[in-house]
Design a protein around this ligand. Structure first.
Ligand code: UDP
Length: 240
């Protein structure tokens, strides 16, 4: 297995699920936000340039709207707005720690956040500001995984860090199989051949085409994010 690449500029993708209260309730857990902010501060102190894409699944998913009679496009708009809610909550938690943070949205809402302008995002990162990308790609029928892959490519991130609730990518579902084995690393081709679900197909192919390495790691494990940043062999690396 190859050594993990040294990284500086990272794009962190977190599902809305990561923000969900532990008791299974809806909305945003303030304890999760506080602990996430502390970990991001640690990352920043270690020299990371940090961009973040957050999901919205803890609040709304487009397909849920379809179930209740909202058409897909409107539902997806609602889902993208949900990601903005999470983005603003995360921004507030970071600012509480005096970490300079900018939220940029793919759907313009200048009263709430800056519009996404790539050059401006790059500038924020160079100045050490944490940048949160809200509203996904701005387009319906996409996911925040695709937004993460797209933004990682645009800002030329060294690594896409995908936080999940398991320790990485396994040969079978680790939640259902106690003998599931975690891959330390896989190539894009292996991941495709073995049909390992790293991200949705659109997001995965964007990363593959642009050679953005991905590490899938356990977001709920303490210090795991820092270990990923420090190139320790935790989680699963997907590489060329
Ligand atoms: N969404 C979208 N376009 C995007 C990103 C997200 O339409 O580029 C919508 C979609 O409805 C999705 C919802 O926003 O269900 C929340 O995003 P996602 O499901 O990716 O959040 P996560 O599962 O990561 O919490």
């Amino acid at each position: 297995t190859p050594a993990r690449p040294r990284v500086k500029r990272v794009l962190l993708k977190l599902s809305g699920e990561a923000f969900q209260p532990r008791n299974g309730g809806q909305g945003i857990d303030p304890d999760v936000l506080a602990s996430l902010a502390a970990q991001l501060q640690e990352l920043r102190d270690r020299g990371a340039e940090i961009a973040i894409v957050v999901g919205g699944g803890n609040i709304f998913r487009g397909l849920k709207g379809v179930d209740s009679g909202v058409d897909r496009t409107a539902g997806d708009h609602m889902g993208m707005l949900a990601t903005v809610i999470n983005s603003l909550a995360l921004q507030a938690a970071l600012e509480k720690r005096d970490i300079p943070t900018r939220t940029m949205t793919a759907i313009s809402m200048p009263a709430v956040a800056e519009p996404f302008i790539r050059r401006r995002a790059m500038r924020h990162l160079e100045k050490g500001r944490v940048v949160i990308f809200g509203a996904g790609t701005g387009n319906p029928y996409f996911t925040t995984d695709s937004a993460a892959a797209l933004r990682a490519t645009e800002i030329r991130a060294d690594l896409l860090m995908k936080g999940t609730k398991v320790d990485g990518i396994y040969d079978k579902d680790p939640m259902e199989n106690s003998d599931a084995v975690r891959y330390e690393s896989v190539t894009y081709d292996e991941a495709l051949k073995k049909q390992l679900r790293v991200m949705d197909a659109a997001a995965f192919s964007l990363c593959m085409d642009n050679e953005i390495p991905i590490v899938v790691f356990n977001f709920f494990k303490k210090n795991e994010m820092v270990r990923v940043f420090e190139s320790e062999p935790v989680g699963t690396l997907v590489h060329q």
